[in-house]
Design a binder for this molecule. Structure first.
Ligand SMILES: Nc1ncnc2c1ncn2[C@@H]1O[C@H](COP(=O)(O)OP(=O)(O)OP(=O)(O)O)[C@@H](O)[C@H]1O
Ligand SMILES: [Mg+2]
Length: 507
């Protein structure tokens, strides 16, 4: 299916699984869809399975959106214990986008389905009637199964998937790789048909020295990532600044929280360090996954001053992560939301396009890992291989089986929708034309703004002010407050600063 038809199917309001090889523009299509759907007035929740993948779309993780966090089941009364703001967000949602779905456990999709049904009070309709748009590729990384936690497989095995029965949009035009050799290697990996010639071409890339300049390094395990980052940090001149995390709660809860967040317990930085943000900034100055360079350290607080690639310079201060069990706070960790970024794991690289990369695949430990790593770059010329094992060339036999079913269903869906859409006006052009006709006077702008923030530019009543202060003291985030009061996050922030002073640190 081509991207345009997929976009029409999405705008037609169908629940869809958007799939296809790495680099066929799944995330690109999602971006177009989100923009158009929002401009036609829909509330679109944008999520992905990792923070970094979510950052490509300007969204959050599906775990935090749905409130399931790191839990692995929905207990009785789960929804009653959810914060009011979380419930309101889900209630308002018309469309839920989840990117990099291959890494989501089947039972977690069922949990999300349950939450949506309960919150929307439509227990008999999949996801409570929300249009669900999942995107990903099962040849890439599967859900992580840790020894001690509940085990699960691909989402196609879930009850929710079966009941939702999404339309399959299988994209097949390659947009990332511009090099025939690399394309052919990746395609044959997917077909479990890797030939000697392919392997030789790949191995030839291990004989080429990588250039000296900083290029992203990919490793399969965290220890190697940390080693490279520490080595690179040591090579920098200048003073080293350390930030110790602070924690509350019982040891086992703190450990569990520690495993699920990316913050290092001791963050070490120097001027010139390449870093990545690991949280979204409430003021939208950076998002989870934004890359930047440490430019300086604040003279008063010693907090790092980071220049992000977007051009924004931000003094980073500690943020707090919480582990909650219903409405009970079990543990919390506060740390400056940064980590070093010269090297990252293959897991975190899923979804990225890299201009050049150096990768060590000698410790690949799961099928699909090599495919994900190798498919990040555009051509072989910019790929430097420092190690590879047999596992790196394997793909999941389950993915292969699922793929056959998906291709067949996509072919049927393609014919069906081409027929249906043949005699009607394209939704894409309809939305674009309407947007153009929309007058742009101040009154119109205000009305448009109030579709999203119903109280924009209205004066604050003293009751609302009291509620604002109380909710903020009780730990509500600016995002939560914005939803609750129907006002833009910027206005909430200004109001908080009016009450609590210019230096209010907002979590
Ligand atoms: N229609 C298009 N026109 C121009 N560039 C495109 C188009 N579609 C995709 N691209 C570009 O191709 C690259 C790969 O696209 P994208 O990241 O969306 O692929 P993907 O299918 O999501 O891959 P992955 O499975 O790795 O997440 C990106 O740089 C994207 O901007
Ligand atoms: Mg993608």
């Amino acid at each position: 299916m081509n991207q345009e038809l997929a976009l029409e199917v999405l705008l037609d309001g169908n629940s869809v699984f958007l799939t296809g090889p790495a680099g066929t523009g799944k995330t690109y299509v999602l971006t177009q869809f989100i923009k158009l759907a929002r401009s036609s007035g829909l509330h679109v929740a944008v999520t992905a399975t990792t923070g970094l993948a979510a950052s490509h779309l300007g969204g959050t993780t599906i775990h935090s959106w749905s409130g399931i966090g790191i839990g692995d089941s929905i207990y009785t009364g789960f929804v009653d214990h959810m914060s009011k703001t979380r419930r309101e967000i889900i209630e308002k949602t018309d469309v839920l986008v989840i990117d990099e779905i291959s890494m989501l456990h089947d039972y977690r999709l069922d949990m999300i389905d349950t939450v949506c049904r309960l919150v929307k009070a439509k227990p008999d309709v999949p996801f409570g009637g929300i249009q669900v748009v999942m995107s990903g590729d099962f040849f890439q990384l599967p859900p992580i199964n840790r020894g001690e936690s509940r085990q699960g497989g691909f989402v196609v095995n879930s009850q929710a998937w079966e009941e939702l029965d999404p339309v399959i949009c299988y994209l097949n035009q390659q947009f990332r790789q511009d090099d025939e050799d690399l394309r052919s290697i990746l395609e044959s990996m997917r077909g479990a048909d890797l030939r000697r010639g392919h392997v030789e071409k790949l191995l030839a890339r291990s004989e080429v020295e990588s250039p000296d300049e900083d290029i992203t390094e990919l490793y399969t395990v965290n220890i190697d990532v940390d080693k490279v980052n520490e080595r690179k940090l040591a090579q920098l001149e200048g003073d080293e600044y350390s930030y110790m995390q602070t924690e509350t709660g019982a040891k086992n809860y703190v450990e569990s929280l520690q495993r699920s967040i990316l913050a290092p317990s001791v963050l070490k930085l120097k001027q010139g360090a390449l870093v990545m943000a690991i949280r979204n900034s409430v003021e939208k100055k950076y998002v989870n996954g934004s890359l930047g360079i440490v430019k300086d350290f604040d003279y008063a607080t010693n907090f790092p001053v980071v220049e992000f690639r977007s051009g924004k310079t931000v003094t980073m201060s500690p943020e707090t992560w919480e582990l909650r069990d219903g409405d009970k706070k079990r543990a919390s960790i506060s740390q400056v939301p940064l980590r070093l970024a010269w090297a990252i794991t293959v897991h975190k690289s899923q979804g990225m396009t890299l201009d050049a990369a150096k990768m060590d695949l000698s410790k690949s430990f799961v099928e699909g890992m090599g495919y994900v790593a190798l498919s990040r770059v555009r051509n072989l010329e910019n790929l430097y291989l420092t190690g590879i094992n047999r596992m790196a060339l394997q793909i999941s036999s389950e993915a292969l089986r699922i793929d056959e079913v998906l291709r067949k269903k996509s072919a049927r869906d393609k014919t069906k929708f081409e027929g249906e859409f043949a005699n009607r006006k394209s939704k894409i052009s309809e939305i674009i034309e309407t947007a153009k006709e929309t007058p742009r006077t101040w009154q119109d702008k205000l009305e448009k703004m109030r579709e999203q923030h119903p109280n924009a530019y209205k004066s604050w009543s003293s009751g609302d002010d009291e509620d604002l202060k109380m909710m903020f003291r009780n730990g509500s985030t600016v995002g939560d407050l914005s939803k609750h009061f129907g006002r833009h996050e910027g206005s909430i922030l200004k109001r908080l600063q009016k009450h609590f002073g210019e230096d209010t640190i907002v979590l």
